[in-house]
Write a protein that binds this ligand. Structure first.
Ligand SMILES: NC(=O)c1ccc[n+]([C@@H]2O[C@H](COP(=O)([O-])OP(=O)(O)OC[C@H]3O[C@@H](n4cnc5c(N)ncnc54)[C@H](OP(=O)(O)O)[C@@H]3O)[C@@H](O)[C@H]2O)c1
Length: 147
């Protein structure tokens, strides 16, 4: 199966590596697919990731990844998720399962992070409302990426 991952940080890279090990084809999405040497936060560069995972993985823009993926994972920065998925494209996500592993947390005001969820609306609900023809599945967001 072709799995698109929208998000190139430690979570996207870790999930992508495991999915390749399990025999899936992975298209890892990033905003600028030409910046393969840029270090991605706690993760390494996408060139390092590609060298680790082998031929069953490629790096593409958010749009290209969502277009090519049969199933899509959202692993973007919490606050940027809606914008990143809009860039991925409503039409590219239409009818597809979107596994949303992002957390609605704001780390920019110090620790502990502030929850961005309103009393009645979570990030997953906001994504489902913005992409009504996509099947949003909220899961794995409380799993530590090291565990
Ligand atoms: N750490 C964990 O153990 C864990 C476990 C489960 C879930 N999570 C959640 O998984 C998600 C991903 O975490 P992460 O640490 O791997 O990555 P991250 O640093 O939270 O996000 C990286 C991704 O967000 C994109 N991005 C950043 N700013 C953006 C903007 N303004 N517009 C569009 N896209 C933007 C980056 O684009 P580029 O590719 O262009 O750099 C990159 O693809 C988060 O929501 C996190 O809360 C974390």
């Amino acid at each position: 199966m072709k799995v698109a991952i929208i998000g190139s940080g430690i979570v996207g890279q870790t999930l992508g590596k495991k999915l390749v090990e399990l025999g899936q084809e992975v298209i890892l999405g990033t905003r600028d697919a030409s910046k393969l040497d840029e270090v991605k936060g706690w993760a390494g560069s996408l060139n390092n990731w590609l060298a680790t995972v082998g031929d069953r993985a490629t790096v593409a823009t958010f749009t290209d990844a969502a277009n090519r993926g049969e199933i899509v994972i959202n692993a973007t920065h919490d606050i940027a998720s809606l914008a990143a998925l809009q860039t991925a494209g409503v039409e590219n996500l239409k009818g597809k399962i979107l596994i949303d592993v992002a957390n609605g947390l704001d780390f920019f005001q110090g620790m502990p992070p502030k929850s961005l969820a309103a009393d009645t609306t979570s990030l997953g609900e906001k994504i489902q409302a913005a992409f009504p023809d996509t099947k949003v599945v909220k899961t794995l967001n409380t799993m530590n990426i090291d565990g």
